[in-house]
Ligand binder design. Sequence first.
Ligand SMILES: [Ca+2]
Length: 269
Amino acid sequence: MRTLIAILPFLALAGCGAQEEMPKVQTVEIVKSYPHDSQAFTQGLFYDGGLFESTGEEGTSGIRKVDLASGEVSAQAPLAAPYFGEGIVGWKDKIYQLTWKDQKGFIYNRKDFSPAGEFAYKGEGWGLTHNGKSVILSDGTATLRFLDPETLAQQSTLDVTANGCPVKQLNELEWIQGEIWANVWQTDLIARIDPGNGKVKGFVDVASLGPPTPGIDEVPNGIAYDAAAKRIFVTGKMWPQLYEVRVSDGPANGAAQDQAAALMRCQPG
Ligand SMILES: [Ca+2]
């Protein structure tokens, strides 16, 4: 009986999509830690010659440029209530910012954060990144949208799956070396998504980062990639630190393994 019980979870996983290669769960090593504003409800993060961050919640939303070494805010623009700031992405001399439920995005001039327009989209707005050809948007579902980076009109969609199961609640995004990385909300996991077929190639467990006893909102939710120096940065909502990390094949912790296993059984994360 003991043997059968031990095998059952694996049978359940295999039954979901036997032909699929199971995404593995990797972890991270910290290369360097930096201070991060522990009041910042991080909703978007990108690095392009400097670090840019979007913050959320009504009344504390905005975009900011952050000095990496000190964590100090060097420039910012508030986003007044009732708007709830979400993902951001830099495109040429502009920054695009989503709002959560208002179906309205804001455009800023990158050099001084002055207003440069608005855009509309259907549904919720969660995360943004770009791959050089398209802006990529998450909305809390398992489907990513690809938008024309100049007009922000929708070009196509991508359904994201792990072991054949839709991976919902894809949140903050980053394009990293030909993959789409996405925080999976309310988990310790970053999904590494193949943009060609939407399949999750692997999960990265970031549970070792962040506050030792995080509050319910203090989830991982910021990924930035410095393409010039090949640095990956990760932070979270109200985390006191931002980390440069490298992916490691060291063992993920049990909670992250359980979260990934649940996603791969088509169970909610
Ligand atoms: Ca990002």
